[in-house]
Design a binder for this molecule. Structure first.
Ligand SMILES: Cc1ncc(COP(=O)(O)O)c(C=O)c1O
Length: 467
């Protein structure tokens, strides 16, 4: 009864007619795959044994997708379940089946789905003031900026954090960072030769043209070439190559202290220290992209927080967990950068609106709590110990365990796509990264019990794909 009520409360009207005919798009997919009646019923029999079998081609979910998908630009390949609500570490599909979510909306819902305090603040601020534009002051853009600066300085990271620019996403945060660095380059060299932006192999900085130009992955770049001029690629963690790579022409060095999309790869301290020294020697702005790895995920506020001061960035970009799912991004800059930006240099209509900023203020308050960080480190140990057991059981498949805190990766020797499907059909959501890496970026509030359940399902899913 409760689940029916929950469904009707959250589901769009179209979900109430779940017994529609097979959606044409799904029917076509089955027909072209040559799946006959008996194969279909065999598949269905097997699926019935799974607690979370992917919705069948004649299910309500498939009907809904079939009605909607033709109107959506096909930028994502999505699995069949349709999620209608979330709570803590769980997502619920149209049939009210609970899926344990180790993806947290790609490292976003750090406090869990629909955290009650967060939701209450959202409702209150939505009823007070959502948007008045950057033409006017409001109480929350400045309060968030001050909090980010104060908590960053207190955390042991970026000691000279001074000011903040607020925008709407990770890509936009990196766009702002790149533009600010280009402006610094113009001020330092008015002749205009200081324009190069250096970034690294396997980096992911976003999909807008500037952020994409720093994401040297042919799969993402080639369909949209030519890229913005002046972007250079170096090899992640290659200390010896830094001097030749970062030159007097470099205005920005952009790097993730831990690469998320790139396969949960960690920059060595020696690499970041050498990069920072070289950037300072040539007058380049050092930008740390902590959009995925920042805000408590590594068990400290910022992933670079343990580094010596000399390796702190001039600009720090953040997004994802900053809004727990509400869109927001930001760059924190030091005075050497802020001094060179003047009124009119950059702007955004929505960025810094009072609703997003009030929510982010709440998030930064929660995610900068040292008790939460200690908890993340403890959960990380439990998670890693469980992954180590899985590695012991499947030594041919699991090559390496990587990452820190609750950004963890399992390097597999083959494509993990079948494991992801097998896990989903048992009620567990996981994602990939890099090449054949399983990535775990759960809510930072995930319980020890939930970690145990998740790893149990993962082990079962791997076993099922090895039969
Ligand atoms: C490290 C990093 N930078 C930038 C981005 C882009 O952020 P967004 O998708 O919010 O534009 C991402 C997104 O995955 C990311 O992981």
């Amino acid at each position: 009864m409760a689940s029916r009520l929950a469904l009707s409360r959250h589901a769009p009207a179209v979900l109430r007619s779940l017994k529609r005919p097979v959606a044409p798009v799904f029917a076509r997919a089955y027909a072209t795959a040559g799946v006959g009646d008996s194969a279909l019923s065999n598949a269905r029999r097997q699926q019935q044994q799974l607690s979370h079998a992917d919705p069948a081609a004649d299910s309500g979910s498939a009907t809904l997708v079939g009605q909607h998908a033709p109107y959506m630009v096909a930028t994502y390949a999505r699995p069949p379940p349709v999620f209608v609500r979330g709570a803590g570490s769980y997502l619920y599909d149209v049939d009210d089946r609970a899926y344990l979510d180790l993806t947290a909306g790609i490292a976003v819902t750090a406090l869990g789905h629909c955290d009650p305090e967060f939701t209450a603040l959202l409702a209150e601020q939505a009823a007070t003031l959502v948007h008045a534009s950057n033409l006017y002051y409001n109480p929350w853009t400045g309060a968030l900026s001050k909090l980010l600066v104060d908590r960053t300085r207190a955390s042991g990271g970026m000691h000279d954090a001074a000011r903040v620019f607020v925008c709407n996403s990770g890509s936009e945060a990196n766009e702002a960072a790149i533009k600010f660095a280009r402006k610094v380059g113009k001020v330092l060299d008015p002749a205009g030769a200081k324009t190069h932006v250096v970034s690294f192999t396997n980096a992911f900085h976003g999909r807008t043209m500037g952020a994409l130009s720093a994401t040297h992955n042919p799969k993402y770049q080639l369909p949209f070439a030519p890229m913005v001029p002046g972007f250079r690629q170096g090899t992640y963690n290659d200390v010896a190559a830094i001097d030749a790579l970062v030159t007097d022409q470099t205005c920005a060095v952009l790097v993730e202290p831990i690469q998320g999309e790139g396969g949960v790869q960690t920059a060595s301290e020696a690499f970041l220290v050498a990069l920072a020294r070289r950037a300072r020697a040539v007058g380049a702005v050092l930008i740390y992209d902590e959009i995925q790895c920042g805000l408590g995920r590594t068990g400290q506020l910022w992933a670079h927080g343990h580094l010596p001061r000399e390796a702190h960035p001039d600009i720090l970009s953040t997004a994802k967990a900053l809004g727990n799912g509400f869109p927001i991004g930001a760059v924190i800059v030091n005075d050497a950068v802020a001094d060179k930006i003047v009124v009119g240099d950059h702007g955004t209509t929505f960025g810094g609106n009072p609703l997003a900023c009030r929510l982010a203020h709440h998030m930064v308050t929660k995610l900068s709590d040292p008790a939460l960080h200690a908890d993340v480190r403890a959960k990380s140990d439990i998670f890693r110990a469980g992954l180590a057991k899985i590695r012991e059981r499947f030594p041919d498949l699991v090559k390496e365990i990587r990452g820190k805190g609750l950004i963890l990766g399992l390097q597999m020797t083959e494509d993990p796509t079948p494991v992801i499907k097998a896990a989903r059909e048992r009620g567990l959501l996981v994602i990939t990264a890099g090449t054949n890496t399983l990535r775990f970026v759960p809510s930072l509030k995930i319980s020890e019990e939930e970690i145990g359940i998740g790893l149990g399902i993962l082990e079962e899913a791997i076993a099922a794909t090895r039969k």
